[in-house]
Design a protein around this ligand. Structure first.
Ligand SMILES: *Cc1c(COP(=O)(O)O)cnc(C)c1O
Length: 430
């Protein structure tokens, strides 16, 4: 065991590339040494040096109920007592599948896997098989996991690390992925005109949260729905982040739109590794063993993961949960906006349900290009000043923040006071 974060990081770096198992965790965009977590409860993380932080990363989205929620912990513990994996079906899988089909408007049938990456990768394979076409349209700054086809102008860690187009991906894959600017419907129209019978699907984060939080222009998502229908391509909503987050039925419920396929992850696993993809039965039944499209997983539908997901989704069914989340988020984001204004810092904030974003940028952020105008050096100083004051925001401006039901108004007040103090210290050059 290490006695400090620095020592733990040194140790990790000797045996794990960069010391982390997912790039953004390394703090590369903001500099410095990442903290190593000892434990977490509610909205608070404690590092191995014993320092507590109010957490707005929340495992990057899954923990909408907070860390170590008693109901989720009890469900996982009870499932573990009955065995951790069987490689044979359990009724918990049908319980969760029924709930997902009920909640998410576009989903008639769903298949579980173990990550969002697997979900989007499988949805793309399915879209290609269904349409018998090869090309994929995606949007710059959207992140759909780390499968080859999506790592063209990708968001999240790929964007933060400056590797939106990763080496190791073949020319053939690159040729089949058309990356277009988000929020520019004319670019999509042009792509369909240029390739009227080649585009299998359009994948989009309906509320992109992997270049910071960027909201779609009014009518943009509806226009994507119309264009895909017109050209016989599938519309894939990647709701790995927004699913069960912005509404019980995700962004598609808020927008009143029905995509052909939906990918899910994060909240659906309640903090355990789960991904899922679903849609119309006629498309989903192309999957093996009914149809010819192969997809599988040794730990898919894992009983611990199903238990965590089920107890999380059930807790979210309680009356008033989403209104409470939205209210806390509004207090936080409006409060932060006020603090930034008071300190004369150009900014652009956004929020939706319990997701939020804050760019240190003068102009409105509508796509990747405008997101990149944000002041990353100032963000790095702000991030560290907040961390010092016990508040953990994402270690990159190009990530959404998350509020959970465990974030109290005291925690929000403490955060706003810390932000005020942090920016005053930065202005003094401290
Ligand atoms: C997190 C995320 C993914 C990838 O999920 P993993 O579980 O990290 O593989 C895909 N799409 C979106 C929108 C995400 O936010």
């Amino acid at each position: 065991m290490s006695s400090s974060n620095a020592e733990a990081f040194e140790r990790a770096r000797r045996v794990i590339p960069g010391g982390v198992n997912s790039p953004v965790r390394a703090f590369k965009a903001v500099g410095g040494t990442p903290f190593f977590v000892a434990e977490a409860k509610g909205c608070e993380l404690v590092d191995i040096e014993g320092k507590p932080y109010i957490d707005y990363v929340m495992s990057w989205g899954p923990l909408i109920l907070g860390h170590a929620h008693p109901g989720v912990v009890a469900a996982v513990r009870a499932a573990a007592e009955r065995g951790t994996s069987y490689g044979a079906p359990t009724e918990a899988e049908s319980d969760l599948a029924e709930l997902v089909c009920k909640l998410v408007p576009s989903v008639e049938k769903v298949r579980f896997c173990s990550s969002g990456t697997e979900a989007t990768m499988s949805a793309l394979r399915l879209a290609r098989a269904f349409t018998k076409r090869a090309k994929l349209v995606k949007f710059a700054g959207c992140y759909h996991g780390h499968a080859d086809a999506f790592l063209i102008s990708a968001g999240s860690g790929a964007l933060t690390m400056g590797t939106p187009d990763s080496p190791g991906i073949t020319e053939g894959t690159t040729r089949d992925t058309l990356s277009l600017p988000f929020n520019a419907i004319d670019a999509v129209r042009e792509a369909f005109r240029a390739h009227p019978r080649e585009i299998a699907g359009v994948i989009v984060e309906p509320y992109p949260g992997n270049m910071g939080l960027v909201m779609p222009r009014p009518g943009y998502l509806a226009a994507l729905r119309e264009l895909t229908r017109e050209y016989g391509a599938l519309l894939i909503f990647d709701e790995v982040m927004t699913g069960f987050r912005v509404a019980p039925g995700g962004a598609q419920e808020r927008e009143g739109l029905v995509p052909d396929l939906t990918t899910l992850g994060k909240i659906i696993g309640g903090g355990l590794p789960v991904g899922a993809f679903g849609g119309r039965a006629e498309i989903m039944d192309l999957l093996s063993p009914v149809g010819p499209v192969y997809q599988a997983g040794t730990l898919s539908g894992n009983p611990l993961a199903m238990a965590a997901g089920l107890s999380t989704l059930r807790a979210l069914q309680e009356q008033g949960v989403y209104a409470a989340l939205e209210e806390t988020t509004a207090r936080l984001v409006d409060g932060l906006g006020e603090v930034f204004r008071r300190h004369g810092i150009p900014h652009s904030t956004s929020r939706c349900g319990s997701m939020f974003g804050a760019f240190f940028a003068a102009a409105d952020v509508i796509d990747l290009e405008s997101a990149k105008t944000a002041d990353t050096a100032l963000y790095a100083r702000y991030f560290h000043a907040m961390l010092e004051r016990g508040v953990y925001f994402a270690p990159s401006q190009f990530e959404a923040g998350f509020v959970s039901l465990a974030h109290t108004s005291d925690a929000v007040n403490e955060t706003l006071a810390a932000a005020d103090d942090a920016l005053a210290a930065i202005a003094r050059g401290a």
